[in-house]
Design a protein around this ligand. Sequence first.
Ligand code: SR1
Ligand code: MG
Length: 410
Amino acid sequence: MFGDVSPAYHPLNTETVPAYVRSRPELADIFRPDDVIESVEVGDGNLNLVFKVWAAADHSRTIVLKQALPYVRLVGDSWPLPTDRARIEAQALEIHERLVPQHTPHVYFFDPDMYLIAMRNLNDHIIMRKGLIQGIKYPHFAEHIGLFMARTLSSTSDLVLDYRTKKLEVARFINPELCKITEDLIFTEPYRRHERNRYHAELEPHVAAIQADIGLHVEVAQLKEQFMTHAQALVHGDLHTGSIMVNQTDTYVIDPEFAYYGPMGFDVGAVIGNLLLNYAAHEARSSDPQVRADFRRYLTNTIIQVWYVFVREFQPVWERADVIDMPRLYQESYMRRVLQDSVGFGACKMMRRIIGLAGVEDIRGIEDVGQRTTAASLALNIATTMIKARHHITRIEEVVEIAEAARPTL
Ligand code: SR1
Ligand code: MG
């Protein structure tokens, strides 16, 4: 166990949720004392309990309770995990709400004894991954997520924060155990034989080739070092399409429990890598070639637009910068490095979702094993090329060219 769990802590269940909700003065405007309160546990992530809670008489009076368990839910209590991640998540959400309220679920309160966050129930939105799997397009997503990342990353970096605040913020967001999960699951285990890896047997020849590719391992080791040492900005730390809720008009970013001070490209790459995983999945998921080509064009255009919006929304920071400290050529090299980091991290995130523990439904949910192998092999080839080519990439369009040129090995 990581430190003592608070004596008041007990994991909630649907029996205990109503009394808990009634005990919280912060919710007095939502729930009345005589309300019948109903709830359902909907957590489908890897770590936490998540309850949707509503007044039986009026379902529009509703909230979400997210409570940390002291272990990894996906695996069980043999893998302990610090409940402090709930504090990290609550504090990151507070920063996000200040910077981009239109893309952050409102937090009603954080309970430090129960490691629990009460927040807005995004009932009219779905997890983006589920929508993309069905081939649903989100026309405003690129604009929204590009803005979200530019604001949250630039505003928490040394480009904006004063020297002291930045260091204090780095300390406040020290998140060692969750970073260790990333170090192991993303940068280590996929590249070696490991009991936690979870790919299907038909993919073995391709995985074996990746695990024998020393040149690839050198590149991944460099990216891991960067993840561990480059405290550039407060990153969300797990910004995949399962941490994004969408509909045709809105985008909300949830779940920043992996937040810490790391490289900006870790977030931008998560978005790009997960869009490319979906791109690869549609090799199998769209049987009509025209439908597939059309949806893939949406995905690749989205990747390009995300980057352009990110650069555009970052620009005000450069306009305020001291040009002797940070000349134009330095500014350009800064953004180019963020792009190259994004390409590398995005690719590592694709690899881990294919080979490692905690895969994604886009690929692992493909029922036909032959088709699943083809889609997974395509994703691995896109990712391998991205990792190796990233030092030379100067334009986001080159990432799309890599995806379009890639073919499955198996
Ligand atoms: C053991 S936790 C596995 C994964 O779940 C989270 O969503 C993160 O992506 C983490 O790597
Ligand atoms: Mg999560």
